[in-house]
Design a protein around this ligand. Structure first.
Ligand code: SF4
Length: 641
């Protein structure tokens, strides 16, 4: 398979064409932001899993000019960081992988203002992305020179530490890209104006790095050929930049599309199709002779293989697929495709609500050593009740630790609410997870019993040592007049297909589930409105990518969005809602309720006195996300003694 053929970038020899894409490693660095044991273990797991080239998340080269650099990013600003970087290199080399260190000049206008004690910087005075009322400070000429030298010095330290190549972070609307882009670079000196001026900062960095590291040390440049926003870069200029970078002597180009304004396209959501950035990579590949690194939903092995075999790119860079499964490359090479734990493109743990980088479907990500599973000392019989994501994960982990595990599921299939979440085609990324978890419990030797409704009596008859209750939550209807009428259905009814839906639909509840229900129905040609009591769709705390993506999907589907609007009653003809103090009648043939679920811990409460160890996990304890269910299932079985 061409994906696994040996190749090279400049003088760097690589065992395959699989790269780990650079990702921000929030929370994993040492307190002084050097490479910690935890960070080294994180990358080592991906190297051990067969990845040929590990490209690190950005390391900051200068902290004097830019305040509030995200506190979680490692840095390479002095020799005190070199020994730990060297250990990281060694860890990669032990597994035959190469380490590419991405270096960043800074964040500029996309910096996180809440941590900023000094004004944000940029090529010019432009509004900040996170708060447009704050304007950046234009860098002085001598400060640009300082950044160029910091970059070159960091590259030298990297080379001395044993790094195999560096990657320049010139993409995505970060500081270097702000210089390159007319939308953000308003300078009238030699660093602004036409493309020559806007590229001067990048060219000086490349020149300074090259003069210090020598011709033989590979330099990869990550850039954005198309920002996908009005006024941003278009592909025509992007291809010209690619040609100029080639002339400047870089050894490979890493292609990425988009910027912070459309971050859901840089780190694609579930709603984007596979290989969504490949057209860009292919266009750049045709414009230059350099090796091209591509990414953007390439986690399906068939898709990755096809991209390489059809010559659309020279390397596939996998980010989130390697968070979900560090052994992706080895499993593909061994033909164990069904063993790959799939990324579901939820962005919840890698971008969303956790301060440390991790993964919804793989709680060990970023905690490789701390959460390593050990065999249980004294074998136990474990009963897991509920075959949703939490129950399946608990059963898998308990069985892999050596327990005797039985799983009861009351329906005729495994998957729980994952099955409902995966119904819309635009949520197809969830389907492989159902398959993965189901087959893992089978391989681990779990005794799965379908159509088994747990009762306290049946549980006592089995006499398990431990019961893990993962029975999920109950649907909650809002307390409004008319809610019991026949044309009212829940999202469970909707996705299970147990009730028919009319042409005009009002969805009550603008959380993620309600928005997806609305988009799905609109995609079937129905006329749909979403009613949300809060001032915005999707509660605070969901990741920005999902929010941007679902809003784009609703707009494309022509769903009417009504925020700050309260359901007052359901009538025979539709819904009565209150907005700005006045009541409005919304005509509808069907009303879909998406206002949430309530927990159900009744079984735990009845068992607690007779079973030695009972634990409730996931939605039955408190309705939340797939992440919470999987993580609680994992930890319930991991800490069992
Ligand atoms: Fe993929 Fe979600 Fe894990 Fe991120 S958190 S790597 S998107 S499964």
């Amino acid at each position: 398979m061409k994906l696994f053929e040996r190749t090279r970038i400049g003088t760097m020899e690589l065992k395959n064409r699989i790269a780990m894409a650079p990702m921000g490693t929030a929370g994993l660095a040492d307190v002084d932001l050097g490479y910690s044991r935890r960070l080294i273990e994180f990358y080592a797991a991906r190297a051990r899993g067969g990845t040929g080239m590990i490209i690190t998340g950005a390391a900051i080269v200068n902290t004097r000019l830019e305040g509030g650099i995200p506190h979680f990013l490692p840095r390479l600003t002095g020799s005190e960081y070199m020994a730990r970087l060297s250990e990281l290199c060694d860890a990669m080399h032990h597994y035959g992988s190469k380490l590419v260190l991405q270096l960043s000049a800074g964040f500029g206008r996309v910096n996180y203002l809440q941590w900023n004690l000094i004004p944000p910087i940029s090529a010019s005075a432009v509004p900040c992305f996170h708060d447009p009322s704050v304007t950046t400070r234009e860098l002085k000429t001598e400060e640009i020179g300082e950044l160029v030298m910091s970059f070159a010095m960091a590259a030298v330290m990297a080379k001395m530490a044993g790094v195999d190549a560096i990657e320049i972070q010139g993409y995505g609307g970060y500081l270097i890209d702000q210089f390159q882009t007319a939308l953000w670079n308003k300078r009238t000196d030699q660093y602004g104006g036409d493309l020559n001026g806007r590229l001067r900062f990048s060219m000086e960095i490349i020149g300074a790095v090259r003069s210090l590291v020598g011709r033989d040390f590979p330099i990869i440049y990550k850039f954005t050929p198309d920002h996908y926003i009005p006024g941003g870069r278009t592909l025509e200029e992007g291809l010209e930049i690619a040609r100029r970078l080639e002339q400047a002597g870089v050894d490979a180009l890493h292609v990425d599309g988009g910027c912070y304004e459309v971050w859901n396209r840089v780190i694609p959501s579930a709603y984007e199709p596979p290989a969504c950035q490949i057209p860009l990579a292919e266009a750049v590949k045709q414009a230059v002779k350099l090796p091209i690194i591509a990414h953007g939903k390439l986690g399906d092995p068939d898709v990755a293989r096809q991209v390489i075999e059809e010559g659309k790119a020279d390397f596939v860079a996998l980010g989130r697929p390697l968070l979900a499964d560090p052994d992706w490359a080895r499993k593909v090479k061994d033909g164990r495709i069904n063993d790959i734990r799939p990324c579901i493109n939820c962005n919840e743990a890698c971008l969303g609500k956790r301060l440390s980088l991790s993964c919804t479907v793989n709680p060990q990500t970023g905690m490789e050593r701390e959460y390593a599973l050990t065999a249980i000392e004294k074998k136990k019989s474990v009963l897991v009740i509920g075959g949703g994501p939490g129950g399946l994960e608990a059963a898998r982990v308990a069985a892999s630790r050596g327990c005797d595990v039985t799983l009861w599921e009351k329906s005729d299939r495994l998957g729980g609410k994952l099955r409902l979440a995966a119904v819309p085609d635009f949520k197809r990324d969830i389907r492989p997870l159902i398959h993965y978890l189901s087959s893992e419990v089978e391989k681990a030797g779990v005794k799965v019993v379908l159509r088994k409704q747990a009762t306290p009596e049946l549980v006592r008859q089995l006499r398990p040592d431990v019961v893990i209750i993962a029975t999920g939550s109950k649907f909650a209807l809002p307390d409004v007049p008319g809610v019991e009428q026949a044309h009212v259905l829940s999202t469970v009814d909707l996705f299970e297909g147990t009730k028919t839906v009319g042409q005009r639909v009002v969805v009550i509840g603008g959380g993620l589930c309600g928005c997806e229900a609305a988009a799905w129905l609109a995609g079937q040609g129905k006329q749909v409105a979403v009613v949300e009591m809060a001032g915005q769709l999707i509660p605070e705390g969901r990741n920005v990518n999902t929010m941007l993506a679902i809003k784009a999907l609703l707009a494309q589907s022509h769903v009417e969005v009504m925020t700050s609007t309260k359901l007052v009653a359901i009538t025979e003809k539709g819904a009565s809602v209150e907005r700005d103090g006045s009541t409005q009648e919304l005509a509808a043939d069907s009303i879909v309720i998406a206002t949430g679920f309530t927990p159900d811990c009744s079984l735990r409460d009845t068992l607690e006195e007779t079973v030695p160890d009972v634990v409730a996990i996931g939605d039955c304890a408190k309705p939340r996300s797939i992440l919470d269910a999987v993580w609680e299932g994992f930890h319930a079985a991991r800490v069992m003694q």
